[in-house]
Design a protein. Structure first.
Length: 248
């Protein structure tokens, strides 16, 4: 039972096998075991050294995971499985507590997206999802940074018909940028806005889908809590959670 919960089904494997990067000398079975090892890590939130032997040597799996992160393989696989419905898109963010193991990244790696808020040290995951609640892009920022800062990167070049978001995203810059891309803006106005926009409340109700997305992604404990020192490593697990949402 445990093995099934942390493993790809045959149908899911068939959907991604042709999109995996080429690996010389590694048959498909080894690639599948490697991906199942990452699912086990993502689901359990365990330390790398606790990886079951049936899934491979922990240091070999980690080194290969780090290599895939650095080369952007997880992001490309995440983009490759997408079949978005762009009638409307929704943006939102969620905070993930940064575990003490995530501290101490070397200065040579540059600043990492870990900030200090009232809740302690955390990282904020920003996402844009399609009309069915499937993720399209992810951006990491420190926990104290305002939600609106990541919106330009999330929406850049996205051919959607409407943008749905909560009141925190009601700024002239976001509204004008979305309208310039041909999107209808479905965002409640702040009370201090001089010229109030009309709100399509029936379409605004769909915003719960992006909140549901975060709820499903945080089933993966390495997404709910950040154990990784580097953004690129943490983002790798975020992309794996996003891939599994598309494969569900």
């Amino acid at each position: 039972m445990t093995q099934e919960r942390h493993s790809l089904t045959d149908a899911q494997w068939e959907r991604i096998i042709l999109r995996l990067p080429p690996c010389k000398g590694r048959p498909g079975g080894a690639q599948r075991t490697f991906f199942n090892a990452l699912l086990w890590m993502a689901r359990t939130g365990a330390a790398w050294r606790d990886l079951p032997e049936r899934l491979g040597k922990w240091n070999v799996v980690y080194q290969r995971y780090a290599y895939w992160c650095d080369k952007g393989h997880f992001e490309r696989l995440f983009q490759g499985v997408q079949q978005p419905e762009l009638k409307e898109v929704m943006v939102d963010s969620t905070c993930c507590r940064a575990h003490q193991a995530s501290a101490g990244a070397r200065k040579t790696h540059g600043p990492q997206a870990i900030g200090i808020t009232r809740g302690g040290r955390n990282t904020k995951i920003h996402t844009v999802c399609d009309a069915l609640g499937n993720p399209l892009r992810f951006v990491l920022t420190p926990g104290q940074q305002h939600d609106s800062k990541a919106v330009p990167e999330l929406l850049d070049g996205l051919a959607a018909k409407a943008l749905v978001a909560d009141k925190a995203y009601d700024s002239d810059k976001i509204v004008q940028s979305a309208q310039a891309q041909g999107m209808q803006v479905i965002i409640p106005c702040k009370v201090n806005r001089k010229k109030q926009r009309a709100l399509d409340r029936s379409r605004y109700k769909a915003r719960h889908l992006v909140e549901n997305l975060f709820q499903r992604m945080k089933v993966f404990r390495r997404v709910a809590t950040r154990f990784d020192k580097l953004d690129v490593r943490f983002l790798g697990f975020v992309h794996i959670a996003g891939i599994m949402k598309w494969l569900h």
